[in-house]
Design a protein around this ligand. Structure first.
Ligand code: ATP
Ligand code: MG
Length: 412
């Protein structure tokens, strides 16, 4: 679980602001859910035999003996909240959320125990256009962030629940006959969650899968058409994708479309965003049948990618624009007021006032990294301002304009 320090928060804010503007452009509404839910919610939605529920949840009993869990993901909470407040039935909803998630994992680069997701969930829309929309939205986001060239879209269809069940049987039959050739994890999954074997990292298992039954051959007609519609829309939107027949996703609740945005720039933890369609989940959690599509992005991995690619604009990292300091004793009180008057005059300018003594003031001011430094002194009742740039300011105020403003305010 990480602290996010002041030199990192600007990058987080850059990401969050960009995400919000893209989500706004598609008309999505924010929802905020609690961090703790009843344990049962995750067991019923994510599935008893998934990695998350089997070994990754932070679960505890409260003082009343009720089992609670720090949320490991947002979809279950979002469905719970939507159902509880009547947002789902017979409506079309486009929602998003952000915040910390908790999983007891082996910490490594891009994998933490408290991490952050920004998630999107849509409800009430059954046809492939909404699948296309959430993918287009994510592609636009990568473009805005400057990382589109570093990610690729992997796409697959899992078919209906019935088609998947039929495929599962065929896969289990094929693999059971060759059980001793499977890696240990996959042997265990054969009994619990056989589809997960498809994304095993073990080479022997992958080789064995080359001759295994293919999910694509078991797809029902409806899912085939749905997938074809989606691909057609992505083609028309100019969004490139790879069809990955072994992409199954870890959670139980997906059907039809699944997708992942992956990068090869971060090593093993290469999935920065993952999602798909989950038409069965609302009913599974006690609501009326409601089609749904969503995805979640891993904020830490996106931040790592932004930093690796060095695409965050320099100005984003500056905490303020102007560093204002008095060179002489006795001016500080007036300087504080002056700074506040400047904030009235130029609200977009971020001003930090020097408040820590006169020693080495000029070199301290330089080290702040501010775009502008202004050192003021008084001679014959008027203000002398010594101004210099460290870097280009991020907005449009001219040097002369700034000095005039300072002098006017000083006189006043
Ligand atoms: P992985 O296969 O990497 O474990 P997952 O399938 O468990 O991922 P999801 O539950 O789909 O992941 O979560 C969506 C996204 O959240 C992931 O693609 C990833 O970017 C991010 N994510 C998941 N777990 C972690 C973690 N422990 N630390 C940081 N980011 C994570
Ligand atoms: Mg995981």
């Amino acid at each position: 679980m990480n602290d996010i320090l002041p030199d990192q928060t600007p990058v987080w804010q850059f990401l969050e602001t960009t995400v919000k503007s893209v989500l706004g452009a598609y008309g999505y509404s924010e929802i905020r859910m609690p961090i703790v839910e009843q344990t049962d919610l995750f067991k019923r939605s994510i599935g008893e035999v998934t990695d998350i529920v089997e070994k990754e949840m932070y679960t505890f009993d409260d003082r009343n003996g009720e089992s609670l869990t720090l949320r490991p993901e947002g979809t279950a909470s979002c469905v719970r909240a939507g159902e509880e407040h009547g947002l789902l039935f017979n409506q079309a909803q486009r929602l998003w959320y952000q915040g910390p998630m908790f999983r007891y994992e082996k910490p490594q680069k891009g994998r933490y125990r408290q991490f952050h997701q920004i998630g999107v969930e849509t409800f009430g829309m059954a046809s492939a256009d909404i699948d296309a929309e959430v993918i287009m939205l994510s592609a636009r986001l990568w473009k805005q962030l400057g990382i589109l060239d570093a990610v690729t879209l992997q796409l697959n269809s899992l078919g209906s629940n019935e088609a998947r069940a039929e495929y599962k049987d065929a896969l289990v039959e094929y693999l059971s006959a060759r059980k001793e050739q499977l890696d240990e994890d996959s042997q265990r999954r054969l009994a619990t969650n056989p589809l997960r074997i498809l994304d095993s990292k073990d080479q022997g298992t992958q080789a064995l899968l080359n001759d295994a039954p293919e999910l694509a051959d078991y797809l029902d007609q409806d899912s085939r058409e749905h997938f074809a519609d989606l691909c057609e829309m992505l083609d028309q939107a100019g969004i490139k994708y790879e069809i990955n027949p072994r992409l199954v996703r870890g959670l139980d609740y997906y059907c039809k479309t699944v997708f992942e945005w992956v990068t090869d720039k971060l090593g093993a933890q290469g999935t920065v965003c993952a999602g798909g369609r989950y038409d069965g989940l609302v009913k599974q959690l006690g609501g009326r049948p409601t089609p749904a599509v969503g995805f979640a992005m891993g904020v830490e991995r996106l931040i790592l990618l932004l930093e690796t690619l060095e695409v965050v604009p320099e100005t984003v990292k500056q905490p303020f624009d102007l560093y204002l300091a008095a060179e002489q004793k006795g001016l500080q009180k007036r300087l504080m007021v002056l700074a506040d008057q400047l904030r009235d005059q130029i609200p977009c300018m971020r001003i930090r006032v020097h408040c820590s003594g006169l020693k080495n003031i000029s070199s301290k001011a330089r080290q702040t990294g501010a775009a502008w430094v202004v050192l003021v002194r008084e001679e014959n009742d008027s203000l002398l301002a010594n101004l210099w740039y460290n870097s280009e300011p991020s907005y449009d105020v001219q040097e002369q304009q700034l000095i005039e403003l300072l002098q006017q305010q000083w006189q006043a």
